[in-house]
Design a protein around this ligand. Structure first.
Ligand code: NAP
Length: 254
């Protein structure tokens, strides 16, 4: 081998949380690299404009509604993806939530249940469903979008940080279990990125100033800056990468 192949021609990629932010950026990059892309989120009115725009650029893309907190909807999403494109080669587990901002000691049970059901249970059963398809193919690629919060819990985001630590552990566990079956499983751990998810952090001057103190590059990321690693991990250029966690945070966690 003397050249690296970053193309995804003909591969089927399922991206959860693809209606905006990091998921949308990955969908655009994958479609541009030749993949057939399914984007999923809770609301078709959010998905459709993104799908239409990617299709207008020549991409092959289909949007499906799926709430990642419900395993029956995850199974239905898997079924519809296979029905539409024949298989799943790449899963990007990306949709997550963080409904509670405050001290863990004050957190209500409902905040725990909601965060764990989407960020942890949703990721787990989405990976399991996709893996069942990939095992039949003897190949596949799962990319979990974790967070640096899973490595070093930030203040007021304790439950979210617990789920992201779980995603990192899940990535390593699946990587060991599925690697021998031809399926690679890796994670990306973004730092502060300019999306709706992080809008309160970025738009609150005091919080942003505090965050930037810990980022050596002295800025936050654009969503597209997460997509390069997602393309690398999905492509054959990363053929020997398995169980890895790529931190993309401007050097915040070193
Ligand atoms: N932004 C950051 O600073 C940052 C840092 C570290 C890690 N991350 C991680 O990056 C990933 C993407 O976040 P983002 O920053 O791109 O956020 P975002 O712009 O708010 O996008 C979140 C996406 O998830 C979907 N979604 C939310 N809840 C869902 C649910 N229950 N079921 C299905 N889809 C759901 C949303 O679509 P609908 O509203 O249409 O459902 C949207 O497409 C997340 O895993 C997040 O934890 C983000």
């Amino acid at each position: 081998m003397t050249q690296l192949d970053f193309r995804l021609d003909g591969r089927v990629a399922l991206i959860t949380g693809g209606s905006r932010g990091i998921g949308e950026a990955i969908a655009r990059v994958y479609a541009h690299a030749g993949a057939k892309v399914v984007i999923a989120s809770r609301y078709m009115e959010n998905l459709k404009p993104v799908a239409d725009s990617i299709a207008a650029d020549g991409g092959d893309i289909t949007p499906f509604v799926c709430h990642m907190g419900y395993t029956e909807q995850i199974r239905e999403l898997t079924r519809k993806t296979v029905e539409t494109y024949g298989t799943i080669d790449i899963l990007v587990n990306n949709a997550a939530t963080n409904p509670f901002f405050g001290n863990m000691v004050d957190a209500e049970e409902i905040a725990w249940d909601k965060t764990v059901s989407v960020n942890l249970k949703g990721y787990f059963f989405m990976a399991q469903e996709a893996a069942k398809v990939m095992i039949k193919n003897g190949s596949g690629n799962i990319i979990n979008i974790a967070s640096i919060a899973g490595m070093s819990p930030p203040p007021m985001q304790g439950i979210y940080a617990i789920t992201k630590a779980g995603v990192i552990s899940m990535t390593k566990g699946f990587a060991k279990e599925l690697g021998p079956l031809g399926i690679r499983v890796n994670a990306i751990a973004p730092g502060l990125t300019d999306t709706k998810f992080a809008s309160v952090l970025i738009q609150t001057k005091e919080i942003l100033e505090l965050a930037l103190q810990h980022i050596p590059l002295k800025r936050y990321a654009a969503p597209l800056e997460m997509a390069g690693a997602a393309l690398f991990l999905a492509s054959d250029a990363s053929a020997f990468v398995n169980g890895a966690v790529f931190t993309i945070d401007g050097g915040a966690v070193v």
